[in-house]
Design a protein around this ligand. Structure first.
Ligand SMILES: [Zn+2]
Length: 156
């Protein structure tokens, strides 16, 4: 299997949260060995049962849209897309509930409220969200409506 994002890796804002070694990107968190609670990002200890015995846990790449909104103004620092008030483009943000029950706060690929619906299936992807001062893309993980990934087209 080919490496999908080697050129991007150095510009990936969240490389510690992802794995892509055997195909498409997947989220990595941790799971409590004692009670099974899942955390994202990975934690050192369990806030539920106070155990410090944690395993790395593959959260996967598909979930259900649990809640969302449109970020319609430029967030304050440390948001670092390189955009200004003048060229800022609104984007969707939301919580995606994964099969393990953990909810992931994430940027969404869609910023159109007509295309977002609570309960819809979402798939993880890696996309550029900004540029460094020298013009290189900065990448992060986003969730894309699964329907859109299956159509293989971007009709937004
Ligand atoms: Zn626990």
């Amino acid at each position: 299997m080919e490496e999908r994002m080697p050129a991007h890796q150095s510009r990936l804002a969240c490389s510690h949260l992802l794995t892509s070694s055997d195909g498409p990107p997947r989220l990595i968190g941790s799971r409590c060995r004692n009670c099974g609670e899942v955390y994202f990002a990975a934690g050192e200890g369990c806030t539920s049962c106070r155990s410090t015995s944690m395993d790395s846990f593959d959260i996967g790449r598909e979930g259900i849209l649990w809640s969302w909104t449109i970020q319609s103004f430029l967030p304050k620092a440390p948001y670092n897309s390189g955009e200004t008030e003048a060229d800022f483009k609104p984007y969707g943000v939301g919580y995606v509930e994964m099969p393990s029950g953990v909810k992931i706060e994430s940027r969404l690929s869609v910023a159109d409220s007509a295309k977002l619906k609570i309960g819809m299936s979402m798939t993880l992807a890696v996309e550029p969200y900004g540029k460094t001062p020298d013009g290189e893309g900065i990448f992060t993980f986003v969730f894309v409506p699964t329907q859109q990934t299956m159509e293989g087209t971007d009709n937004g």
